[in-house]
Design a protein around this ligand. Sequence first.
Ligand code: NDP
Ligand code: 2IT
Length: 444
Amino acid sequence: MTYIEEVYANLKQKYWYEPEFLQAAKEVLDSIAPCVERNLEVYKNNKILERITTPDRIISFRVPWVNDKGEVEVNMGYRIQWSNVLGPYKGGLRLHPSVNQSILKFLGFEQTFKNSLTGLPMGGGKGGSDFDPKGKSDREIMAFCQSFMTELYKYIGPNKDVPAGDIGVGAREIGYLYGQYKKIVGNFEGVLTGKGLTYGGSLVRTEATGYGLLYITEELLKAHNTSIKGKVVAISGAGNVAIYACEKAEALGAKVISVSDSNGYIYDEDGIDLALLKEVKEVKRLRLTEYAKKRPTAKYYEGKGVFKLKCDIALPCATQNELDIEDAKSLVANGCIAVLEGANMPTTLEATKYLQEHNVLFVPGKAANAGGVATSGLEMSQNSLRLSWSFAEVDAKLKDIMVNIFKNLEATAKKYNLGSDYVAAANICGFEKVCEAMLSQGVC
Ligand code: NDP
Ligand code: 2IT
């Protein structure tokens, strides 16, 4: 058994009940082999792989709150602080009924390498709760957020751990969380990112993940002698990432033909009407059926189906494992040339392999969706400087970061002879920096 196989076998034996975490660990471990081989003795002696696949700590707690009927409800809250070798723990909070330790471990582990790729001083972490925000009133959301922060505040701080948004957490939730932190701790400080613009938030943070995804898409296509202009793009999801991916794709001259939620999807042959999508999802918080009612060219279908549509580029922007082997086969059969992950680990391992084997350009989430956390890093810088940069300034920095990530992937691919395997390139590039910092800081 190789060192990598040994480490993975141990993880599998210990955490057989955490499929998402094992999937993320397998992807990273398998693809960093060329780098591990070059440094085998040092990594083995320092137990680098055992240490990097184990979080610094897992915090879990009860979150009791009172609903609008006056009844007490109880959820589980978590914060997984994965690694702070590169900077304070940094990563989002997810509110979704599916949240459990396995999902948050996969997200915290991936976040560590993603944050490394941004080039900014941020460690990795993730948190959240199995609370379901769907159908809850503003007061119920506030009650939950206040109770969640009443426990979480003990473990976070601007130099310690800086949470942000993820699925089910946007500006409204960050506002309630921030208010409660400030009430308990008494400091007005940059402890969360994704804050409102009136109290320390950064311009472009809302747009950042989607915009960043399109900036790296442009770089990828340029490197392969084509461009986004005139391309047909299939997007899944209809949340923060999907909406701003759609906005930037359309601004760059592509036609976006789909969005989806967990009930169904929209196929709009004339291209998604962005103003209507924002009105339905961001302002009114309604389902996509409402979009179809107001748009004659749009068709609504129940269930999954975005990746069965004929497209040039697919951008999965909803959730983990949404793009499976059947989807990958359809994409290839329909002539899709590129898949870039807006969501975290939306493509199954089998589907990723199939796409790569069939020469579909594939950029994994830790590189493709790094624009969100990178802009969070820019929000932290502005908070420290007590300054606010303009939209154009932040947008230019975001673009620079995404262009740089792509350059680093190309350089890593060249160094290790990886061709266009951007999965291995992203994992090795993110890992090398974390690893070097770990070795410098000793056994801790
Ligand atoms: P949102 O909560 O804003 O939107 C999520 C969207 O995905 C919704 O339209 C949701 O539909 C849909 N969805 C479909 N199936 C599921 C499912 N099983 N679980 C959850 N959502 C589902 O989240 P974001 O847009 O912020 O996040 C989307 C993805 O991007 C996630 O993987 C997240 O980790 C990742 N990401 C987010 C970043 C950010 O800054 N926000 C940064 C980097 C990555 P429905 O309304 O029916 O639930
Ligand atoms: O997955 C992610 O990178 C995020 N949800 C954003 C994290 C952040 O700290 O902005």
